[in-house]
Design a protein. Structure first.
Length: 348
């Protein structure tokens, strides 16, 4: 007979609170107080109980603790599209910030940014028993009055500035687009072409509006927008489109992935960057300094966005009233080798 456990045999139960109490030489009430993070335990006693928990492999009963405290120590995250760089970095920062605050997360991906799919996501979260919700869906419908967010649960919205009934944490998209466009104008380019993200994206429309306003303030012509979908492939198609147009010397791509596709299209056509055309992105991906040429871009603080969102949400979960205000996180310009003086300035 091998050491394999027989079908139907009884599994060994894990250590109980009473086991920990006996091992540490304390009462079960003391173990309970340590398990629940209460402060009325002497430090030396707490350390002894924690050491016993580790040695015995004791794990507190989370469900029972939730019943006693009224909290599940879990935050629900509703997010559309896990494929974009920005969303993945935001989710990473939310997860880290939640863990530091003593919360786990339950992720509910939304297949399509529609009211029906978001309503289903809320229903699924209601079954998961969460203390609060972070919503990371930048499609325009989130601002509509007929989209009802959960009643009775703290909510923080990320990447949307059009809700005035919940706290919102957002990157200053307008500042970033202005910095990108003005950088190219300061290099002597007559105007700046824009490859924008999807028209139903808050981030894309805010960047586009700021690009347009910056050109108008400078008294420059506003070229027609070339539309992409955040992917490298759409940037490549946009680059081929731009190659057919006259007078393109500067391009502001709505994100770094599309900028990468644009660089490839220009390279294949023999269009030198930045000697003949300058390209700037938005995001400052970890790989953007390894593009060829290294990409000038707008740096976003995804870590600050996630941290701020969790701080605001946890404060409300734990009894502080969160005001329905917007927390704006600054962006900054990172200059690398993909942008340079306009050809006319180089030849002057």
């Amino acid at each position: 007979m091998t050491d394999t456990v027989r079908a139907g045999s009884k599994r060994h139960r894990g250590p109980s609170m009473a086991d920990v109490a006996r091992h540490a030489g304390v009462s079960t009430q003391t173990v309970s107080r340590v398990s629940n993070g209460l402060s009325n335990v002497e430090p030396a006693t707490r350390d002894r109980v924690l050491a016993s928990m580790r040695e015995l492999g004791y794990r507190p009963n989370r469900a029972a603790r939730a019943l006693r405290s009224g909290q599940y120590r879990t935050i629900g995250v509703i997010m559309f599209t896990l494929s974009s760089f920005g969303n993945m970095r935001t989710l990473e920062s939310i997860s880290i910030a939640a863990a530091r605050a003593g919360y786990s997360i339950t992720l509910i991906p939304v297949e399509e940014p529609t009211q029906e799919h978001v309503t289903k996501a809320f229903a699924r979260l209601a079954e998961q028993a969460v203390d609060g919700i972070v919503i990371v869906i930048e499609a325009h419908f989130v601002s509509q009055a007929d989209v009802e967010l959960p009643e009775g649960l703290p909510v923080v919205v990320i990447d949307s500035s059009e809700r005035d009934d919940y706290p919102v944490v957002d990157t200053d998209q307008a500042m970033g687009a202005q910095l990108a466009t003005q950088h190219l104008l300061d290099l002597g380019h007559d105007t700046v072409w824009h490859v924008a993200g999807p028209s139903d994206s808050y981030s894309a429309t805010r960047r586009e509006a700021s690009w347009r306003a910056t050109l108008e303030r400078a008294g420059r012509a506003v070229p027609p927008v070339v539309r992409g979908d955040w992917t490298t492939a759409s940037g490549y198609r946009a680059g081929i489109d731009l190659l057919q147009r006259e007078g393109v010397t500067a391009v502001f791509a709505g994100n770094d992935q599309m900028a990468l596709g644009i660089l490839r299209a220009f390279h294949e056509a023999g269009r030198r960057v930045p000697d003949e055309v300058s390209v700037i992105g938005f995001d400052d991906m970890a790989e953007s300094d390894s593009f060829w040429p290294p990409l000038t871009t707008i740096h976003q603080r995804f870590d600050v966005v996630g941290q701020t969102g969790i701080e605001v949400l946890v404060a409300e979960i734990e009894g502080q009233q969160a005001l329905p205000e917007t927390f704006m996180v600054e962006t900054r310009l990172v200059v690398r080798e993909s942008t340079g003086p306009a050809p006319s300035v180089r030849l002057a």
